[in-house]
Design a binder for this molecule. Structure first.
Ligand SMILES: [Zn+2]
Length: 169
């Protein structure tokens, strides 16, 4: 697989005296440092900031592998659905571009679009819980909604997914 080299852009600012800052813009990492900083110090600062940023992104992320994903589904079923349901399998899939998740109630298999992998963990949890709730209720009726409404970050997760869908249109 071809993964793009991470691009790090260092911007020096005369207005900055001591503060340093880093942020991500898509694939790029922008690091802002004071104009007067030495080359050596700049190099070390950039390395530290990028490492911190990577750690923060990794913490925010949800499960990355199938095993992790399945484990997460069981945790959510225990926490929000009183452990009343167990999926037969939960898998990341790459051929599901129209829907975030799907579930077949007959064999209790749940599939999640791998586009969710890069999204925050609370968004993945929300989609997982939605599909798990379908194992109990096939439709989106009141009984189904009562279950997914138990998720504290439901509104936030829905807002996140709506924003992503808007961008892709
Ligand atoms: Zn649904």
């Amino acid at each position: 697989m071809d993964t793009p080299e991470p691009v790090i852009e260092v911007r020096r600012s005369a207005r900055r005296r001591r503060t340093v800052q880093a942020r991500r813009e898509g694939e790029r990492t922008i690091v802002m440092i004071p104009q007067a900083m030495s080359e050596e110090e700049a190099e070390r600062t950039v390395r530290e900031l990028v490492a911190k940023l990577d750690a923060r992104v990794a913490r925010r992320r949800g499960p990355q592998g199938d095993v992790e994903l399945e484990r997460r589904a069981v945790e959510l079923a225990d926490r929000y659905l009183d452990g009343s349901v167990r999926p037969f399998s939960v898998r990341w899939v790459s051929n599901q571009n129209k829907r975030w998740g799907s579930c077949s109630t007959a064999d209790r298999r749940i599939r999640l679009s791998d586009r969710l992998r890069q999204m925050p963990g609370y968004v993945v949890d929300y989609v997982l819980l939605h599909e798990l709730a379908h194992l109990l209720h096939a439709d989106h009726g009141p009984a189904f909604r009562e279950l997914v409404n138990r998720y504290e970050k439901k509104e936030r997760a829905e807002g996140y997914l709506e924003a992503v869908e808007q961008l892709q249109r």
